[in-house]
Design a binder for this molecule. Structure first.
Ligand code: ADP
Length: 605
């Protein structure tokens, strides 16, 4: 298959894998989400049922301090525990019959503004058989005395009025009116007695001693300020009566100073019973009975607002049980306590992703391997072509000369030249074949190195001399140099020869005729170095590593059609490594190349 097709096929498979995994993962994620939703709903349902049960239980036994039972009879509202309410709704009082009895005296008091004579007209009423009239007369006499500035007399008269207790006068019980008016007068006159009287007034109001309606209570409590909290039950009882008005049975949620109370009642307008329950108390009892880690709940009123809220409101899944479903006086809202941190990846999806990544990685590696094989195959075919080319020339020369000699077409004086050429070309062919065979053996690790101690100066000098005698080197100046005293090395003579020879061959092959090729032996660190230096075109930086791989040829060499197989430097590298050394390349385009073989000194030298 052609490389492009390979790439397209791999890309197609990778896309397909990604697509399949994506679809699978998405479907799994959707499915998991719906299972999670279903589970949450089930949990919330169970929790709601439990809360409903506990609510019923808590409502059946609210602690006495948190609830209040009431009853009413003929419009009279009472607490069943006998404790009086500070006030309660009262039936409207009939018009005051005393108005006519006091009409003449009041004309004198208000019309003629003659208070003394008005007192004279009020006095006879003190003997009236109706205590309400007697109390009314005392109230009016005290008023006149105040207006006359007789404060002491007025205070005494009010004291007398106080003895009439519950008897209504001026729209309120006489006892309360008397205490209130005394407190007002004493206050004005700055008497210390005011404290005692105010104390009495407060006690009368706080103990619910008198039956008062809300407005009367409010008026008479102005001087003594009764704490609002003490008025809550009376307020709530009033609220209950307002709701119960006309309905035989029912319940409502009422708010008194921010406290939410449940009001329940049954009965008629004239007779019935009722109950007030602190909702927070029920909620506490339920909270104690129902311990559900990870869940939050609260009661809602009919408008959906929270009653005695527990915890902050959040979005997310929630379940509401309306009172129509549960029979409770409120709705119940249940929701998960904390928003579950959205799991970035569920285990299944994560596993799927991991599998996807693994498959893609495997595909990528396979792709790389195939690419590499294709590249190698490509280079190998180039190598085969190059080798054939290398062989073709000497074979053609040999064939041609043999034919000439055979047909007697060569004059005797030319025969020597022909034989010499035959020998040279045969040697070149042998060199080529040997080179290839050595490469095969060395690369596969089958070559058997025979180490011996070599004096590199002598060894390389002889090699340079031999190379200089070669026809291929005739156009170049081959120079040998030795500097310092390089230590002897332990090496395989044949392969080391081949390595240096290859470098020399390359130097003359790639540099123009007439240039100088220097081969130098020197000490280097703990070992010795053989450097082959030419004045050729140099090697571009991006090729300096690759040319040491087998079958790789430089672009310039290929373009200039310079013969070569691409195995020369790979062979040099393999040989030098086998000797425990390394090959260094120093080259600048246009400034020639230096190839240096660095070998370790022989052990013990
Ligand atoms: P070959 O010479 O048969 O092509 P080699 O492995 O000996 O193979 O060299 C690989 C490549 O390195 C050459 O094709 C050439 O491009 C580059 N090269 C090697 N030696 C030199 C040199 N002395 N000067 C410039 N280029 C060189």
């Amino acid at each position: 298959m052609r490389p492009l097709r390979w790439r397209i096929a791999f890309l197609g498979i990778a896309c397909l894998v990604v697509l399949l995994l994506g679809i699978g993962g998405w479907r799994l994620a959707v499915q998991e989400q719906s299972i999670a939703r279903e589970r949450t709903r089930e949990r919330l349902e169970n929790a709601a049922s439990l809360i409903v049960r506990e609510c019923e239980r808590a409502l059946a036994r609210v602690p006495p301090g948190d609830s209040l039972s009431l009853e009413w009879d003929d419009g009279r509202l009472r607490r069943t525990d006998g404790v009086p309410l500070l006030w309660s709704p009262l039936p409207p009082s009939p018009p005051d019959p005393q108005d006519e009895i006091f009409a003449a005296a009041e004309t004198m008091e208000f019309g003629a503004r003659d208070h003394v004579r008005a007192i004279g007209l009020y006095l006879p009423r003190l003997a009236h058989r109706d205590p309400a009239v007697r109390a009314g007369a005392l109230l009016r006499i005290a008023r006149c005395e105040r207006n006359l500035g007789r404060i002491g007399a007025a205070l005494r008269t009010y004291e007398l009025l106080g003895a009439f207790g519950d008897t209504p006068t001026g729209g309120a019980p006489a006892g309360l009116v008397a205490l209130h008016e005394r407190a007002v007068l004493l206050e004005r006159s700055g008497s210390p007695e005011v404290l005692r009287v105010r104390g009495l007034l407060r006690a009368a109001l706080e103990t619910g001693h008198y039956r008062l309606d809300r407005a009367t209570f409010a008026f008479y409590s102005r001087l003594v300020s009764i704490p609002e909290s003490a008025q809550d039950w009376a307020e709530a009882a009033g609220g209950l009566m307002n709701h119960a008005d006309g309905y035989s049975r029912g319940s409502a949620i009422i708010t008194v100073r921010g406290r939410r109370l449940l009001a329940e009642w049954s009965g008629e307008r004239n007779r019935g019973t009722g109950r007030l329950v602190e909702i927070a108390s029920v909620q506490r009892a339920v909270a104690e009975a129902v311990r559900m880690p990870g869940l939050r709940w609260q009661f809602l009123d009919e408008t959906g607002r929270g009653l005695a809220e527990i915890g902050p409101q959040t979005g997310g899944p929630r379940l509401v049980k309306r009172s129509a479903e549960t029979g409770l006086p409120w709705a119940i809202l249940v929701r998960p306590g904390q928003e579950p941190a959205p799991a970035l990846l569920s285990p299944v999806v994560a596993a799927l992703l991991l599998a996807g990544v693994a498959i893609l990685a495997a595909l990528f590696l396979a792709y790389r391997a195939v690419e590499r094989q294709l590249h190698l195959a490509h280079m190998q075919s180039g190598f085969v072509a190059a080798v054939s080319h290398e062989f073709r020339t000497p074979i053609a020369v040999l064939g041609h000369m043999a034919e000439m000699l055979e047909t007697g077409g060569v004059p005797d004086h030319r025969k020597r030249v022909y034989y010499a050429t035959l020998g040279r070309e045969t040697a070149r062919l042998r060199e080529l074949v040997e080179g290839l065979l050595d490469f095969g053996r060395i690369e596969s690790g089958h070559y058997r190195y025979r180490s011996e101690t070599l004096d590199l100066v002598e060894f390389v000098r002889a090699l340079a001399d031999e190379f200089r005698g070669q026809g291929a080197a005739s156009a170049h100046e081959i120079v040998f140099e030795a500097t310092g005293e390089p230590p002897p090395v332990s090496a395989d003579r044949a392969t080391l020869r081949r390595a240096v020879w290859n470098l020399l061959e390359n130097a003359v092959k790639y540099s123009p005729p007439g240039k100088r090729v220097a081969v130098r032996v020197a000490a280097s660190g703990n070992g010795a170095a053989i450097t082959v230096r030419d004045e050729g075109p140099g090697i571009p930086a991006h090729e300096r590593r690759a040319i040491f791989q087998k079958f790789v040829r430089g672009a310039a060499a290929r373009d200039a059609n310079i013969k070569g197989t691409g195995i020369g430097l790979a062979l040099v590298d393999a040989i030098v490594r086998a000797h425990g050394g390394r090959v260094e390349l120093d080259s600048q385009p246009g400034e020639g190349s230096h190839f240096t073989i660095v070998l370790p000194a022989e052990v013990g030298s």
